[in-house]
Design a protein around this ligand. Structure first.
Ligand code: DX5
Ligand code: ZN
Length: 216
């Protein structure tokens, strides 16, 4: 089943609760929340305080994408803020297996994110422990960037590995998803679709979400 996760990076931060409600009412399945530290990525966004303030404003599960160095130091804070899924970047974790275990100990779904240039082989020994893999289809840091076309093959390769190992997990894609590439992304094997600018800039958010969901 295809699930759509609007990224609030493209929302109006001065009206965050209203924008969250907008995408919820338009049929979103998850709320994608981008946390950036100005160190791992060249941008700074929001932290656990803002996330916690949204928790009683929506019924959507929180899909928290941590683009921060040493994420293990903050997992507890994000769990307490209401995260339902936490993604950490493989490039930021000194002890990736330990960080995955830590996330799961809190009863939260664990995902690992890979930058476009990071090999799938970095997941060889942890894949079976994950609920989801997040493949970045742009270099992380900003909304509104162009989709990197070579990521279609990467999605397909990951899907093949997951099927060969008979694992059951989600493949999330994030960055530059729009009506031109959504079908290829889904047909390659992605089933959780993050979209920031394409959804928030749309004049018909409900229609865009529905078209994305059924594009495969
Ligand atoms: C980029 C973020 C994305 C971003 C996607 O670093 O992880 O979630 O908000 O935005 P679009 O869909 O505009 O590329
Ligand atoms: Zn993201």
């Amino acid at each position: 089943m295809i699930r759509i996760a609007p990224s609030i990076l493209s929302a109006d931060f001065s009206n965050l609760a209203a924008d969250v409600k907008r995408v919820e009412n338009a049929g979103a399945d998850l709320l994608h929340i981008d946390v950036m530290d100005g160190n791992f990525v060249p941008n700074i966004t929001i932290g656990p305080g803002v996330i916690a303030s949204l928790k009683d404003k929506t019924r959507l599960p929180f899909d928290v994408h941590l683009m921060i160095m040493e994420p293990e130091r903050y997992i507890e804070n994000f769990v307490k803020a209401g995260a339902d899924i936490i993604s950490v970047h493989v490039e930021t974790c000194m002890h990736l297996s330990r960080t995955i275990s830590l996330i799961k100990e809190y009863g939260v779904k664990a995902a690992v994110a890979l930058n476009p240039a990071t090999s799938l082989s970095t997941l060889d020994y942890v894949l079976q422990d994950l609920d989801m893999v997040l493949l970045m289809t742009v270099n992380p840091g900003f909304g509104g960037q162009s989709f990197i076309n070579s990521m279609i093959n990467k999605i397909a390769s990951l899907k093949k590995i997951i099927d060969e190992k008979k694992l059951i997990m989600d493949i999330e894609v994030d960055g530059g998803i729009n009506s031109d590439n959504i079908s290829s992304v889904i047909n390659a094997g992605a089933n959780v679709i993050v979209s920031g600018s394409a959804i928030f800039k749309s004049k018909d958010i409900k229609g865009t979400i529905e078209r994305f969901r059924t594009a495969g």
